[in-house]
Design a binder for this molecule. Structure first.
Ligand code: B12
Ligand code: SF4
Ligand code: SF4
Length: 317
């Protein structure tokens, strides 16, 4: 079983790109502790708890030799939030429009792994993760040649753009690895300038406590009032720093049914969302990444967005 065989099977199970990185303590990983030390993780305590394991994949699989990294396009044929002039429209990040990527990508990684186990003449150790494990997926993606870590901190593939989910299989097999991706942001700073809350504090460095994605999904309790206005009509996540990225200008669309927008979230307005009952919201969130904020979190966000919409109507009159 060669690296080329694995990549070709990765395509067969539904991945759009696959690369292989050495299982090593790559230099970029050391930045993670500094990032935590600056308080940029906010109240994402799980990142602090798992910091030691995140320093090197060999801390979670001692015999690890290779990290297989996959990318899955979730971009669908809908306008960007920055193209929408209607302040009453709820903006939901596109990664959450369809089925939960943890389930879909995780299932495909397991299928890839099952096939690898069947092909391999000898048993090997392996662990598959999509977002849920103590692995700095972006760093391994860059070293697997999937794409470079852009100034907006997302992994950008020169052909696919950045609307991709990453997935990793850490394994004890010694596989031929890929060359790391090279930074192609150049002198562009569009994402840094466009971020509504100025959360990108330096190229490639994100302060989560300012990021709308963190504030609307990960943060529990009230959203600090200083950020309310800039949240605009974003009620779950934010895509602005990817929407302005020139590498996404011609990013391909996925026709995978898993990522197509569920009717409950497709071009929905704030008032409609606010009027939905808890049962209705819970049903729409079933099997979706939006479960993370729960109906209660979504209601909190919708309330902020509605007051922003009302303020903008008053300002216009
Ligand atoms: C915590 C987290 C968040 C946090 C923090 C995001 C961030 N930028 O760090 C919040 C909640 C804000 C978030 C938001 C989003 N997330 Co998120 N998130 C994660 C998670 C679980 C961990 C990331 C992390 O540890 N961040 C801390 C930084 C410091 O670590 P890092 O990402 O590994 O970055 C390394 C490099 O950037 C490097 N580095 C950075 N600066 C510098 C400078 C120097 C000098 C050096 C040497 C190194 C260096 O060091 C870092 C340390 O390892 C990953 C999954 C995973 N396990 O990796 C998903 C993940 C990064 N998220 C993802 C997605 C899709 C999103 C959103 C698009 C969702 C949305 N639309 O709302 C946004 C994007 C916002 C943005 N611009 O990043 C995808 C990204 C896919 C891609 N193509 O890049 C991931 C990989 C999940 C997945 N499996 O697909 N996320
Ligand atoms: S996701 Fe939104 S708030 Fe967060 S860094 Fe990107 S543009 Fe800024
Ligand atoms: S908008 Fe420009 S600087 Fe930001 S990630 Fe894209 S290419 Fe890089």
């Amino acid at each position: 079983m060669t690296s080329a065989d694995i990549k070709s099977h990765a395509r067969a199970v539904g991945f759009d790109a696959c690369g292989i990185a050495p299982a090593a303590a790559h230099p970029e990983l050391s930045f993670f502790r500094e990032w935590l030390g600056r308080g940029y993780a906010g109240d994402m305590a799980y990142l602090h708890r798992s910091a030691d394991r995140r320093a090197d994949v060999r801390n979670i699989l001692p015999g690890a030799r290779s990290v297989i990294v996959t990318a899955t396009v979730y971009h669908t044929d809908r306008p960007y939030s920055i193209e929408c002039a209607d302040r009453g429209r709820a903006q939901i990040a596109r990664y959450a429009w369809g089925d939960d990527y943890h389930d879909v990508v995780g299932g495909r990684l397991e299928r890839l792994l099952d096939w690898m186990r069947a092909q391999s003449p000898e048993p090997f150790d392996a662990r598959a993760y999509v977002d849920t494990g103590p692995v700095q997926e972006r760093v391994y993606a860059q070293h697997a040649g999937i794409g470079w870590i852009g100034k907006n901190t997302c992994v950008i593939n020169p052909t696919l753009g950045s609307w991709t989910f990453l997935g990793v299989v850490v394994c004890s097999l010694t596989l031929e690895t890929d060359a790391p991706s090279l930074d192609q942001c150049g002198s562009c700073t569009l994402c840094i300038e466009a971020c509504p809350t100025q959360a990108i504090v330096a190229p490639g460095v994100l302060d989560s406590t300012r990021c709308i994605s963190y504030l609307t999904i990960e943060h529990r309790g009230e959203i600090p009032s200083e950020h309310h206005e800039h949240i605009g009509s974003h009620v779950y996540g934010c895509d602005v720093c990817q929407e302005v990225c020139p590498w996404n200008a011609v990013a391909p669309h996925s026709h995978d049914p898993a990522w197509q927008p569920r009717p409950a979230w497709d071009a929905v307005d704030l008032l409609t969302l606010a009027r939905r009952g808890d049962d209705e919201l819970a049903a729409a969130m079933r099997g979706s990444a939006m479960r993370r904020a729960k109906a209660q979190g979504l209601r909190r966000n919708v309330a902020v967005a509605l007051s922003n919409a009302e303020a903008s109507v008053e300002a216009d009159t």
